[in-house]
Design a protein around this ligand. Structure first.
Ligand code: ZN
Ligand code: ZN
Length: 304
């Protein structure tokens, strides 16, 4: 599969016996992006057979412990495994100090270089781009600076209809131009529309990760038309007061956001440790947005 999300953890604040804190791996065309790194994330990677060496980019939404406490351990393991490749870390600036104190006092001199990319606290921006994938931030509304991330597959080039190429005797050197969406002009000056020569491209996939945040319409525009939305749903709606106090969202509100933004599917996560059974959260969200699923550990969600 070319675009997948593997849930490593979906608990908020404290780990429970069945749930680890927030962490997931987004895989797009063999690029492995680690998103948040709560306590135990590396054990979960082992369990779900994610190769450590494949992770080259780590995105950290914010600096609460349930999103970062697995990071010193994971980085130490990479060091012990003799990693030498650069590791790119996208995070708010103080994380550098947090990690450096840890390494300084344990006299750990990492065998690889961490390339820090500090996130803008106030404005969303594109933070990663290559030929197939683009990652941008979303400014969320949490007690401390917090960013969500949108992973977008870039639109594919058009694919050529071989039968038409033969029919019009189109030369190989003219094909890239048609694939980019241009019409073809024959030697006689006749214009053959690109549409006739190509198949429509596969629709690009997109995934948005929104944790942690108060329900806030300010970031809704960024989520418009996203195919799969992960949105935190820390509480049931009867806990709305607590959700507001702690800058979190209820399952009902997460579903309202999904509906408002016309996403295709909603994944809810970041569940409070108070819920042993997650079905009531799922049930509450589905009343507003039927295409809702629980971000349970070990589950893999494919976008294709
Ligand atoms: Zn959290
Ligand atoms: Zn938080």
């Amino acid at each position: 599969m070319s675009f997948e999300i593997t849930i490593l953890g979906s608990s908020s604040a404290t780990p429970t016996l069945n749930r680890n804190p927030s962490s997931q791996v987004v895989t797009i065309y063999d690029r492995y992006f680690l998103v948040d790194c709560g306590e135990g994330a590396q054990m979960q990677m082992r369990k779900y057979k994610i190769k450590f060496a494949k992770i080259n980019h780590i995105f950290i939404s914010h600096l609460h412990g349930d999103h970062i406490l697995g990071l010193p351990g994971f980085l130490s393991s990479l060091h012990l495994m003799n990693r030498s490749n650069d590791l790119h870390l996208y995070c708010h600036e103080p994380l550098k100090e947090i990690l450096e104190v840890q390494f300084k006092h344990s006299e750990t001199y990492l065998k690889f270089n961490i390339v820090y990319h500090f996130l803008n606290k106030a404005q969303s921006e594109i933070i990663y781009e290559d030929d197939k994938v683009l990652v941008e931030t979303i400014i969320l509304n949490h007690r401390i600076p917090c960013c969500g991330f949108i992973f977008r597959e870039k639109p594919a080039m058009l694919s050529i209809r071989k039968d038409k190429i033969e029919a019009y005797n189109i030369l190989p050197q003219d094909i890239p131009n048609i694939k980019r969406g241009n019409d073809y002009i024959t030697e006689q000056g006749k214009v053959i529309p690109c549409k006739e020569l190509t198949y429509p491209p596969k629709e690009p996939q997109s995934y948005a990760y929104c944790s942690d945040t108060l329900y806030d319409e300010s970031y809704a525009a960024k989520l418009m038309g996203i195919k799969l939305l992960y949105h935190e749903a820390t509480f049931l709606h009867d806990m709305i007061k607590r959700a507001k106090e702690t800058y979190h969202t209820t399952a009902k509100q997460a579903a309202e956001m999904a509906e408002k933004c016309k996403v295709q599917k909603l994944l809810i996560g970041h569940f409070s440790a108070r819920y042993h059974d997650l079905e009531p959260l799922l049930h509450e969200a589905r009343q507003t947005f039927p295409q809702t699923y629980l971000a349970k550990e070990g589950e893999v969600f494919s976008l294709n």
